[in-house]
Design a protein around this ligand. Structure first.
Ligand SMILES: NC(=O)c1ccc[n+]([C@@H]2O[C@H](COP(=O)([O-])OP(=O)(O)OC[C@H]3O[C@@H](n4cnc5c(N)ncnc54)[C@H](OP(=O)(O)O)[C@@H]3O)[C@@H](O)[C@H]2O)c1
Length: 218
């Protein structure tokens, strides 16, 4: 699969490394061409450096891996309002989390994923990969206590969800249907809440019961 990545930071590196390993071809982009070229070189011959627009139009899938405050501007720079992402799967891993408060920068309006969808005309947006630290996404595979990491997906397009599911499975994870894009804000809020717990030293995974207790005593 050909994958464009908007961003050349930590998430671009972590997920890009995994997807190159799985046999995909990448076009990377970022605001600093030197950094983009260095990442492309590190990822090897299956990765090339490009402009925002080249990454947006490189293939059927585009990963948006930009800091939340700049994500919509980058989409604009990639020509998203003019339709460069039309029909493509746009995976949004951004977390609009306010540092130290662990609230949402988007709490006065639509979720980040919905803003991404509104900006990227015609793109098939899927929220994914936002719940775990980059180092988890670098694991080969991310398996804890014998159980592969589950990755919730939110999106409205079945084919886009299936494509994203296969990219999740490339990491050795399992995808979990999280519902439509209207629920992506819940995933963003989950990230904010869990990150807040982690920063207070709490084990966020321990706050929920196992499935058999979810609806009461088994
Ligand atoms: N890192 C994680 O563990 C993690 C986990 C889950 C989700 N996320 C989310 O994934 C997204 C990417 O995270 P990251 O850790 O990869 O971030 P990052 O390394 O700090 O930066 C990602 C990209 O954003 C670019 N960027 C930052 N400010 C910009 C601006 N004003 N204009 C244009 N580009 C700008 C960076 O450019 P420069 O390199 O030139 O600064 C870089 O290419 C974020 O929304 C984050 O919330 C991160």
């Amino acid at each position: 699969m050909r994958i464009g990545i908007l961003g050349a930071g930590r998430m671009a590196d972590a997920l890009g490394t995994q997807w190159v390993r799985a046999g995909h071809e990448l076009t990377l982009s970022g605001r600093d061409p030197v950094k983009v070229a260095a990442l492309a070189e590190r990822l090897g011959p299956a990765a090339r450096a490009g402009t925002w627009t080249e990454a947006a139009t490189a293939g059927e899938v585009v990963l948006l891996a930009i800091r939340d405050h700049a994500a919509l501007d980058v989409l604009e720079a990639a020509g998203a309002a003019g339709g460069t992402l039309r029909g493509r799967v746009l995976i949004d891993c951004t977390n609009p989390v306010v540092p130290e408060r662990f609230t949402l920068a988007t709490e006065d309006g639509p979720s980040m994923a919905e803003r991404v969808a509104a900006t990227a005309v015609g793109a098939r947006v899927v929220k994914a990969f936002n719940l775990c630290h980059e180092d988890v996404w670098r694991m080969t595979p991310p398996v804890f206590h014998g159980t592969p990491l589950a990755v919730p997906l939110c999106g409205d397009d079945d084919d886009a969800l299936a494509t994203t599911r296969s990219l999740v499975e490339d990491l050795g994870c399992v995808a979990v249907e999280g519902g439509g894009l209207e629920r992506a804000g819940l995933l963003e809020a989950t990230a904010a809440f869990m990150i807040g717990l982690w920063f207070r030293g709490a084990d966020a995974q321990a706050v929920l019961p196992p499935l058999e207790f979810a609806f009461g005593r088994p």
